[in-house]
Design a protein around this ligand. Structure first.
Ligand code: ADP
Ligand code: MG
Length: 388
């Protein structure tokens, strides 16, 4: 689960990680009030969306007075911001973070994430802060320094000192950085994060480290342990179809292709996507209706597939194990009567009661094509979308 910068910074403060003073605002008036209460002479107004790259896209404004904070806020709220992380459609700004501007001596990059190959957290740091770290990683990977954290012993001070020296700091600043890192790693473990990124981490004119930007992604599997953090979810930032699907307990992920998939079981769903790709097309989604899908779930799944304009045809691939093929066939026929199905559908059924299932489909009078095996199903569906 992704958090907004203002939410991440509130969590940072709880874990005693220095951040600029500030608060979130939903309107110009509110922003003005916040600015007036800040102990500052310069202010920053930052669009709050679940994407980075706001600075370059005009989503971060540096201003000189609370009145200008208000104007900047009114300009940003309601605007669609397009950054290199949002995709061409951009994201609508509904709120901004108003904060005191910091005096910047140096901008650095700092991140903690899980290294899945080594099964442990890794700290990444670079003096090339404030820029797109993906570019630095590609062009000059030697400028990113890493320290892995042994889960049994935890973060060690010498690792912080090592990073400090590599970044070019003297012993005094390296010690300050080490203290900062210790708190950040504690936070990372304490909230069950999968990623935290501070870009830029700033060294101020007063030689203090401050998190000027804050990105925090929580591991969904850890949320049960943090009900207070689970409440920070902002569904206005998520794909509306994915939000709808999660309401109906459907495992749905939207993808870029044009073949809608309805499958039971995650493994079969993955295999179906592979088959579509092998046959030369792209799936429009991952959709696992689950082993024990009811007719109602099938109907909801249909509704979600049909409201995706990119879907040109639908492939239903079911293995009847717990879910019997005749139950599914009945569900599909019922759903197709209720939901306006205006695109071709190919169905592949196998398993328990498959003959009864096929019969129900064939006698339904609806326009389905029943395929014979997975290969046949994927080839049929790909030839349909290719013919458009
Ligand atoms: P993004 O990563 O989305 O572009 P950042 O929070 O990194 O957004 O902000 C972009 C740039 O704006 C920073 O690199 C920094 O130069 C400037 N900036 C952001 N917040 C402040 C602040 N509180 N004080 C001074 N400058 C800031
Ligand atoms: Mg940033």
């Amino acid at each position: 689960m992704k958090l907004h910068e203002y939410q991440a910074k509130e969590i940072f403060r709880k874990w005693e990680i220095p951040t600029p003073e500030g608060a979130v605002a939903f309107s110009g008036i509110e922003a003005l009030q916040i600015a007036k209460n800040l102990n500052a002479t310069k202010y920053v107004v930052k669009a709050q969306i679940h994407a980075g790259g706001r600075g370059k896209a005009g989503g971060v404004k540096l201003v000189d007075s609370p009145e200008e904070v208000r104007t900047a806020t009114e300009e940003l709220i309601g605007k669609r911001l397009v950054t290199h992380q949002t995709g061409p459609e951009g994201k609508e700004v509904l709120k901004v973070l108003v904060e005191a501007a910091s005096s910047i001596k140096q901008e650095l990059y700092l991140g903690v994430l899980v290294d899945r190959n080594l099964n442990r957290p890794v700290i990444m740091a670079s003096a090339e802060g404030g820029m797109e770290i993906e570019e630095v990683a590609k062009q000059s990977p030697e400028k990113i320094f890493k320290e892995w954290i042994d889960p049994l012993v935890g973060f060690r001070s010498f690792q912080g000192m090592k990073l400090g020296f590599k970044l070019g700091f003297d012993a005094k600043l390296s010690r300050k950085l080490t203290a900062f890192l210790g708190k950040l790693v504690k936070l990372f473990e304490g909230v069950d994060a999968s990623l935290t990124e501070i870009n830029p981490l700033v060294l101020t004119e007063e030689d203090e480290f401050i998190a000027l930007d804050a990105k925090l992604t929580l591991d969904d599997n850890g949320l049960a342990r943090h009900p207070d953090l689970a409440e920070l979810r902002d569904i206005t930032e998520e794909d509306p179809l994915e939000v709808e699907a999660s309401k109906h307990n459907l495992n749905y992920i939207k993808l870029d292709g044009n073949i809608g998939c309805m499958v039971n079981g995650a493994g079969l769903a993955m295999a179906t996507m592979d088959m579509i790709k092998l046959s030369g097309a792209e799936p429009a989604n991952f959709l696992d209706v689950g082993g024990g899908a009811s007719a109602e779930m099938v109907e909801n799944a249909f509704r979600i597939l049909m409201s995706d304009k990119n879907v040109k045809a639908v492939l239903i691939n079911i293995f009847g194990g717990i879910l019997r093929c005749d139950t599914l066939a009945t569900g599909v026929v019922e759903a197709a009567k209720k939901v306006h199905v205006d695109r071709p559908i190919i169905i592949r059924l196998e398993g328990t009661n498959v003959e009864e299932g096929r019969k129900i489909l064939n006698e339904s009078g609806l326009d389905f094509q029943v395929a014979d095996g997975m290969k046949d199903a994927s080839e049929k569906i790909v030839s349909i979308v290719k013919s458009f």
